[in-house]
Design a protein around this ligand. Structure first.
Ligand SMILES: [Zn+2]
Length: 229
């Protein structure tokens, strides 16, 4: 009984150490997502700025275009006429280019905004997951705390009924060995290390009345299960 309590103690300790690692991992994921979000937002800002610039340029060119068109009726010579016509053609081309650039910007903004929405969804989900894990972890710690507390009381009670020498030996062994330090012997084989107990000692063990240790692994051994501590 004391042994099962102690083994459970070990389990709890291990879990307590592992949960923060899990939470740490989630936190990292969360940071990555929020960085991605920030980047999305700043590239959207950049694109919008670019769009405004191109739109302003377009306005200027259109203004020039109108001016050139109105000049057509004022020209005196054919050469001049050709020159203004050429100017108008060039401006038309430029307007087309700028219009294309605005459309490209708008498309890019749309793509970025979609990506941003996706990232935002992921981010919210991760935040929820992170929060849940944290709550779960604190709940687990509270449960552990209660379990350990109830075990502590039980252990103290149990220890009072166990032979002092045996308990001392048990505690010493627990410091040195992992897991079970009290183990059964079946057909003269120690279940802790799987090695055989010498026949004479095995007979002593069956006879009972004394505390025996395995000569190979030092675990406290018992023959019947009612001797388990
Ligand atoms: Zn052994």
């Amino acid at each position: 009984m004391i042994q099962s309590i102690d083994i459970r103690f070990d389990e709890i300790k291990k879990e307590k150490e592992e949960s923060p690692k899990e939470i740490e991992k989630l936190k990292k994921k969360l940071d990555l997502l929020s960085n991605a979000m920030e980047q999305d937002l700043s590239s959207i800002e950049e694109l919008k700025k670019e769009r405004r610039t191109v739109e302003r340029e377009l306005e200027e060119i259109e203004h020039k275009f109108q001016k050139s068109k109105s000049r057509l009726s004022d020209v005196k010579t054919n050469k001049e006429y050709q020159a203004v016509l050429k100017e108008i053609e060039d401006l038309k081309e430029l307007i087309f280019e700028k219009e294309e650039a605005v459309i490209k910007c708008m498309e890019d903004i749309e793509i970025q905004e979609e990506e941003c929405a996706d990232n935002n969804g992921n981010l919210r989900e991760s935040q929820k997951e992170y929060k849940n894990k944290q709550e779960e972890f604190s709940q687990r710690i509270r449960d552990f705390h209660n379990e350990v507390k109830s075990f502590d009381e039980k252990r103290i009670q149990l220890c009072q009924n166990v032979d002092k020498n045996l308990l001392e030996r048990y505690n010493r062994l627990r410091g040195n060995l992992r897991g079970r330090v009290v183990t059964q012997v079946i057909n003269s084989i120690c279940q802790g290390c799987n090695l055989g107990i010498p026949p004479q000692q095995y007979n002593e063990l069956i006879k009972g009345g004394s505390i025996q240790s395995c000569p190979h692994c030092n675990r406290i051994i018992y023959w019947e299960d009612d001797r388990e501590i």
